[in-house]
Design a protein around this ligand. Sequence first.
Ligand code: SAM
Length: 278
Amino acid sequence: MAGTLYLVPTPIGNLGDISRRQAETLEAVDFIAAEDTRVTLKLLNHLGLKKPLVSYYRHNTDKAGEQVLTRLLAGESCALCTDAGTPAISDPGEDLVALCAQNDVPVVSIPGPCALITALSVSGLPTGRFTFEGFLPMNKKNRRTHLESLRGEERTMIFYEAPHKLRSTLADLLEVFGPDRPIALCRELTKLHEEVVRTTLAGAVEQYRGAEPRGEFVLVLSGAQPTEEGEATLDDGLALVGRLREEGSSLKDAVKQAARELGLSKNELYTAALEGQL
Ligand code: SAM
């Protein structure tokens, strides 16, 4: 019978966040697949554990994945630890989970620290519905295209970002979502210099205008204001004014009727109609 792959989250900055179940799992497994064996060794030393480690990182997922799978199929149990936080969330762990799933190897996820959830919960922004966007594409054009696709997104959006790219990302966000969009910049969560800056995109660009920011960041961006279903726009009003004019109404009467029917401001619609020469 195949052994089990355990996904064991590790602290995102505070060693006190390791749970009893995480520690017990690390102690119980036959071996640990680690994104960075030095990082995981430090954790094992902190817990007073000794365990065989194998390396499993972004550039060896194919080869190392097969080796881990072979041992799992032979009945050994394995814990997967990535550098920090929950394995398989924006890190190479997702490939190993997929490989196990394809080969009917049981996978058990132990709950624990996760940067995106820690940031979302402290952001002060709506948490009921959110979309996790992970890292934006590196290529500027692809990044811009992706952000454009999020322009009308009403759910809270969560991004991971490296400090050296933060300023250019904030500039891109400002261009697409506008200066007034609320954002929470969550830096160095659970660490000594933890900081949550709740501001707007214009405020964020201003805040980080100086020296390059330091530390790890999660950006939590407010979604677009929902438009009420059926709510009429000025363009709807102008279209109706145009139709009423074609039917013979005077401009004044057409504006009055359209504004009343669609719940729009008569003055705004009249001005827009004059500008559009209806
Ligand atoms: N799997 C991990 C998780 O979901 O918790 C995330 C791994 S991803 C490679 C690393 C990114 O997570 C960082 O670039 C940063 O955006 C975010 N992150 C990790 N630890 C953080 C912390 N203490 N404070 C803020 N962001 C953090």
